[in-house]
Structures are given as C-alpha cells and as structure tokens.
Write a protein that binds this ligand. Structure first.
Ligand SMILES: NS(=O)(=O)N[C@@H](Cc1ccccc1)C(=O)O
Ligand SMILES: [Zn+2]
Length: 309
C-alpha cells in the first residue's frame, strides 16, 4: 500500500503516529521515497527527513520543505503529511507532480520541533518553543524561528529565556536548528528552494524579516508569491497576503527563511496557513482537508517556477 491505509490525513496526529507513518511511507514506496535521520532533538527524538523523487544515479536539484517549527501550529505538520501522501498518490497520474518528482527531489521534514509538538499534546497546547533546558534558568526552550544565524537577536526577539520569542543563548544554540542548518549547508549546492510552514494569518512571506531592506530578488519573489496566492485562492477563495516578512507581519530576526536566503537559497518562503484569527492555532480538523488542498496549489506553483528557473 503506497500510503498506510490506517493513517488519517484529516486529523491531527500524535508524534507516535507520525513517526510510524514516516517509516511506513518510506518502506512502502522504495522507488520514490528514501528517509534520512538528520539529527536528534534535545529530548532525544530522531529528526527524519523524507526525500521524495524518482530515484536517480545523478544528484537532482531539491526543494526543502519543513513543518512544525512552532509546536502549537498543528496545521503545519498536517500539511507536510498531506503533501507526502499527495506526492506518492499522484505521481504517475498528475502531470505537474510527475514532472516535479522526475526532475527534482522534495526533502520533507514533517515535524521540525518534535519535543515541542509532543509537549503540546501532553502538557500545554499553546507551547511554541523548543524544550531545551538551560542551567540557571527556570524557563524552558528557545524560539527556533529566532535562533537561526540571520541578524540574530537584533530585532523582534527577546534575550529573556522566559519569553516566547527567546532567541537562545547563541545562534544555532538549539540542536534542532543546528541539525537543519547543517543539513541545508551540506546540501546547499542542490537545494534551490526552502519552504517553511507555519500558522496562522494566511500570509506568504519571503525575506527579509530581520531588516526593512528589500531582498536582491524582491520583484521575482513577490511575483511568484502573488502567483502562488492566486493559485491558492482559485480553489475556495481563501485570501492570502504576500510580501516581505518585516512589512507584511513584523520585523523579526533569526528566521529560517532569511537564513536560507542569505545562504544562497533564492526561493525562500514562509507560509502562514489558515485562519486569520477566529480559531487561530486551534484550527478545527474539519478545515485540514481544504487548507491542505489549497496550499498544495501554492506549493506546486512555486515548485513549477523553481523547476523552470
Ligand atoms: N508563525 S508565527 O505566528 O510565529 N509568525 C512567524 C513570522 C515570521 C516568519 C518568518 C520569519 C520571522 C517571523 C514568527 O516566527 O513570528
Ligand atoms: Zn510559526
């Protein structure tokens, strides 16, 4: 079975279920998926990526897609699961997906901040940060999206360990951030796009968030974002706003998208999925399917542009 029949893509799944799903997807689709452990979380859980694409002896260009960097944003890991299932289910039948997976690989990290995600299921549904412990502080964790080495801790972040936007003791102090940054650095020659999925606000953001300066490729990034938002809106009319993070949401340093862009990954985007605040992080399970379906259109639009350029 290409996708374990028992896995429910229309519910929020526990880490235990997602972990089992990662293994079963890789073993059920050996010609299309390979899995690779890229690191270990603070609490000792394995960070595993699924590399999806037609097996090739030569290296192919890749798109890196991560979900669940912020623990409470449950719709994000739900989208990564949806994407992987959609990829294996429509490869061979959907022309766009087939071309994409023949020519490129999509490297998916279904849950970036696993320790935090587990904590939202067991202790505090509104947890955001990692679960790292610091000697001398009673507070736990750092904001992984303030911990990347991109204008680190200069704006929109806090140096107070008890803050939800604590930037960490230093850039890449969080082992999960270091693992992802190391992986992308090691694969920087093949990674052409970096997509990171958050919620909520319905935004398609791109660099920069750490400065009001426009990115070198601002006009191209903006036009691709607007095209992606239009594709997304075509399904259910959901409206997204596109733009640089600093002016479209707020200035914030240490973000993964800014870091990837400055490393040289030109197509670097942050998705803020549904909704605009009615349910916020507590998006009902009834909205998982429509949210994932419409987001697929945006991701495929960006992927098609990357493939052509
Ligand atoms: N998902 S969110 O509500 O936390 N918003 C994001 C917005 C964001 C996105 C990209 C870089 C910096 C900041 C955040 O990290 O604050
Ligand atoms: Zn977030």
């Amino acid at each position: 079975e290409i996708s374990p029949r028992s896995h429910n893509y229309m519910k929020y799944n526990t880490w235990e279920k997602i972990e089992a799903w990662i293994s079963s997807m890789a073993s059920a689709n050996p010609s299309l998926i390979s899995k690779q452990v890229i690191g270990t979380t603070f609490e000792g859980r394995s960070m595993t990526v699924l590399k999806i694409g037609k097996k090739s002896s030569s290296t192919k260009p890749a798109i890196f897609l991560d979900c669940g960097i912020h623990a409470r944003e449950w719709i994000s890991p739900a989208f990564c699961q949806w994407f992987v299932n959609e990829a294996v289910s429509t490869y061979g039948s959907d022309a766009e997906m087939t071309t994409l997976l023949d020519q490129m690989d999509v490297i998916v990290l279904p849950v970036f901040n696993i320790d935090g995600y587990v904590y939202t299921w067991t202790n505090n549904r509104m947890w955001r940060k990692t679960r790292s412990r610091r000697p001398g502080s009673s507070c736990v964790g750092a904001d992984p999206n303030r911990n990347f080495d991109a204008g680190w801790c200069t704006t929109g972040a806090s140096s107070n360990p008890c803050s939800d936007t604590y930037c960490g003791s230093k850039a890449e102090s969080e082992v999960e951030v270091k693992a992802v940054a190391d992986f992308i650095r090691q694969n920087r020659s093949i990674i052409k796009a970096y997509l990171t999925v958050h919620s909520y606000s319905q935004l398609l953001l791109f660099p920069y968030s750490y400065t009001y300066q426009l990115a070198e490729h601002h006009s191209e990034l903006m036009s691709v974002a607007e095209g992606a938002a239009k594709a997304l809106r075509s399904l259910y009319g959901t409206r997204y706003t596109s733009g640089p993070g600093a002016t479209t949401i707020y200035p914030a340093a240490g973000g993964s998208d800014d870091w990837a862009y400055d490393l040289g990954v030109k197509y670097s985007y942050t998705f803020e999925l549904r909704d605009t605040g009615r349910y916020g992080f507590l998006l009902p399970e009834s909205q998982i399917k429509p949210t994932c379906e419409e987001t697929m259109l945006a991701v495929k639009y960006i992927a098609a542009h990357v493939l052509k350029n």
